[in-house]
Design a protein around this ligand. Structure first.
Ligand code: ADP
Ligand code: SF4
Length: 671
């Protein structure tokens, strides 16, 4: 197939200072949770993006000096010549496919704790340093520190050029050093604080000096927020506009964003596609330099609109390129319908937040390119004529069927319900989670193109049917059920009174059962579902109290950057929140809740208790069949987890089918 001429404009080359990017698809810097610790893994990941057609591919944030150390979050680094060869692997992998390589030089300042290097954290002024309330403060930088910083930045820029990079960033966004200089809170009394010109002076000097050092061959990009946090919700652009007037034509490329990271990196539950447009639509009116920005663009039409409306010159993407590294290639080939759209869940960000390699709900191969040799668009052909029956068409069953189908196996899927998609589709009906359904939609579309994969809906499969059908292999992907007895992270044993009819599970809410209020939602799971279930029941008009042994609502969602938005929504909806409380006993018409610290007990009058605590695998069929047929289980049926874990599990099953896993360690390590 060929490209729809409508999209030709996306494939125009764009000059960026002394270099030219071959098209308008630009993978902005994004974390991988691998950084300097896993140079080959990162290089392979970025190489696949370049292969997928992105005209420019950037690194993650790249530390310029040991005084900018973000451990346990792994950044890239260019501290010395050893780093030049390690990071050079990434530039090389990107160049192999004709893309430009960008590197985001970074000094963390008050945003890094330096727990690895033990260097003193630096800031424009003395103040708290590091993430998550670390008991650390910065030294207020004196003139010598500023001179040192400029030298470190320059040396890193020269190393970056030697490592092969074409675009070198001066990074002034987010909560890092240069951004702290730009903020109105920088009231230093010297020429680097106070007025807009003074606050932007260090950035200006760094841009000029970086250009002088490497600007004949490399483009110099600046990442800057173009709105600041304000009570009006990020539309506060006065200060950034003044900065732009001061700096407008200096860099070769503007990579613009907003100050509120939970908006820039917002989950689809709260932030729709292209949501930065209002905050940044003025930028191209004040600079002639090319502009790139993001907005979780997954639709080629939205990308096109961004360019045609003069909002950006380059379509920036981090998450869309993680969910589908081949977006540009698919548009180029006229296969837009095959784009595996990001669902906006931010599982990818949890890798960096937990100091572990990147994972993605939609793309099970991300992060596995080097260590397992997985490629997002190719998979080994079948090694036998084995037939496969997949029982259950949730994320794991669907992914297994698609990947096996692409290998050429004959696959039959049997699904009990009327729709494909399992939990991805049921949960998508809850407030804000509509895009979860994309997990099923992409796979359904793939199946429609695979003549060797067929599915049967409304087909509850039991042992006899499997034996009668007699496939060569059976894979059980029947998911898991939410427990009703309250066993979870806090309670190791069922809660007293759990078996009363007033006690329901999250599955009852997902099934659409009508509940009687007042309701207590007991969240001992701590990811998104407890908060969403409470929100749904409140929207149904019920009086809802959310009880959790944790100290905040949906606490694991801190890693997906939307915990505070969830808590705000829950509180504004009028849901009462009882934190640091567990359920002690359930009676008819009431529950006793107990403070986890003092054991003080209070009683709440309720008609219904909804348990969101933990899940039990639906593995009866597996154990019925074990020993009688060649059977394996995958996804939540094997061990309940995230949708990302289930997709990965199905994919891994298909990759290893008819083959053998590496032993004793099933992947390559970097040492
Ligand atoms: P996972 O996340 O592991 O893919 P899900 O719970 O999302 O699991 O999906 C499991 C799917 O399996 C559901 O759609 C459910 O209807 C289906 N299912 C469960 N038991 C059977 C069965 N015995 N026969 C057919 N389908 C089943
Ligand atoms: Fe998108 Fe979720 Fe994948 Fe991140 S993990 S790229 S948000 S689908």
């Amino acid at each position: 197939m060929t490209r729809d001429p409508r999209f030709d404009v996306l494939f125009e080359p764009v000059p960026i200072g002394p270099v030219v990017t071959k098209n308008r698809f630009y993978q902005v810097p994004h974390c991988t949770g691998m950084g300097y610790r896993r140079p080959q893994s990162v290089a392979a990941l970025r190489g696949v993006k370049a292969e997928g057609g992105w005209g420019t591919v950037c690194t993650e944030y790249c530390s310029i000096h040991p005084s900018s150390d973000d451990e346990p979050f792994p950044s890239a680094s260019l501290w010395d010549d050893g780093d030049v060869s390690a990071l050079g692997l990434t530039a090389e992998a990107i160049h192999e496919h004709g893309a430009l390589a960008g590197v985001e030089l970074w000094h963390g300042g008050p945003g890094s704790s330096n727990f690895y290097s033990r260097e003193t954290p630096l800031g424009p002024m003395g103040g708290p340093a590091g993430h998550h309330n670390q008991p650390v403060q910065t030294k207020a930088m004196d003139k010598q520190d500023i001179r040192n910083l400029k030298r470190w930045h320059l040396e890193a820029a020269v190393r970056a050029q030697r490592a092969g990079f074409d675009i070198i960033y001066v990074y002034a966004a987010h909560w890092y050093l240069l951004n702290h200089f730009l903020r109105p809170s920088n009231v230093r009394s010297d020429e680097y604080g106070g007025s807009v010109e003074n606050r932007a002076r260090l950035l200006k000097e760094l841009i000029i000096e970086t250009k002088e050092a490497v600007g004949d061959q490399c483009a110099v990009a600046v990442r800057l927020p173009v709105s600041t946090n304000g009570p009006d919700g990020n539309q506060n652009t006065e200060d950034p506009r003044a900065m732009f007037e001061f700096l407008g034509e200096l860099p070769d490329l503007w990579d613009v964003t907003v100050q509120d990271y939970s908006m820039e990196m917002g989950t689809s539950r709260f932030i729709p596609e292209a949501s930065l447009v209002d905050a940044m639509s003025w930028v191209k009116t004040v600079t002639t330099k090319p502009v790139v920005s993001v907005g979780r663009f997954t639709s080629p039409d939205t990308m096109l609109r961004m360019v045609k409306d003069g909002i950006v010159d380059l379509v920036g993407a981090a998450r869309p390129s993680i969910a589908d590294p081949f977006i540009p290639k698919k548009i180029d080939d006229g296969r837009e319908d095959e784009i595996r759209e990001c669902i906006g869940c931010n599982i990818c960000y949890t890798g960096d937040q937990t100091g572990t390699p990147i994972r993605c709900t939609q793309n099970p191969s991300i992060g596995e390119e080097y260590r397992k040799g997985w490629h997002p668009e190719s998979i080994a052909p079948k090694a036998s004529d084995a037939t496969v029956l997949v029982v259950g068409a949730g994320p794991s069953g669907l992914e297994a069927a698609v990947a096996l189908g692409k290998r050429g196996y004959n696959v039959t899927i049997a699904e009990a319900r009327r729709t494909l998609g399992g939990r991805a589709v049921t949960e998508a009906a809850l407030p804000g989670l509509r895009q979860w359904a994309r997990v099923a939609e992409w796979r359904e579309n793939q199946i429609s193109k695979l003549p060797n994969v067929e599915f049967y809906l409304e087909s509850v499969v039991d042992k006899e049917q499997v034996l009668e059908f007699a496939p060569d292999k059976v894979v059980i992907a029947t998911g898991a059920s939410w427990r009703r007895d309250g066993v979870g992270r806090w309670h190791e044993k069922p809660i007293e009174g759990w078996d009363r009819p007033s006690v329901r599970s999250a599955d009852d809410v997902l099934a659409g059962d009508l509940l009687e209020g007042p309701v207590v939602v007991y969240d001992d799971d701590h990811y998104y579902l407890g908060g969403v279930v409470a929100e749904k029941l409140r929207a149904d008009g019920l009086d809802v109290t959310l009880v959790t042994p944790e100290s905040e609502v949906s606490t694991w969602s801190r890693h997906t950057e939307d915990q505070h938005r969830i808590q705000e929504r829950v509180m504004r909806a009028g849901i009462r929140v009882e934190t640091a409380k567990s359920i002690k006993r359930i009676e008819d018409g009431s529950v006793e809740i107990e403070c986890i610290y003092t054991e003080e007990v209070t009683t709440i009058a309720v008609k219904t208790v909804v348990m969101v605590t933990s899940r039990t695998p639906n593995d009866e069929l597996f154990f019925d069949l074990e020993g009688e047929v060649d059977v394996e289980r995958i996804g939540d049926c094997l061990a309940p987890g995230t949708i990302a874990t289930a997709v990965y599990s199905g994919h891994k099953y298909a990759r290893l089918f008819d083959g053998q896993e590496m032993v004793p360690v099933p992947f390559l390590r970097e040492r």
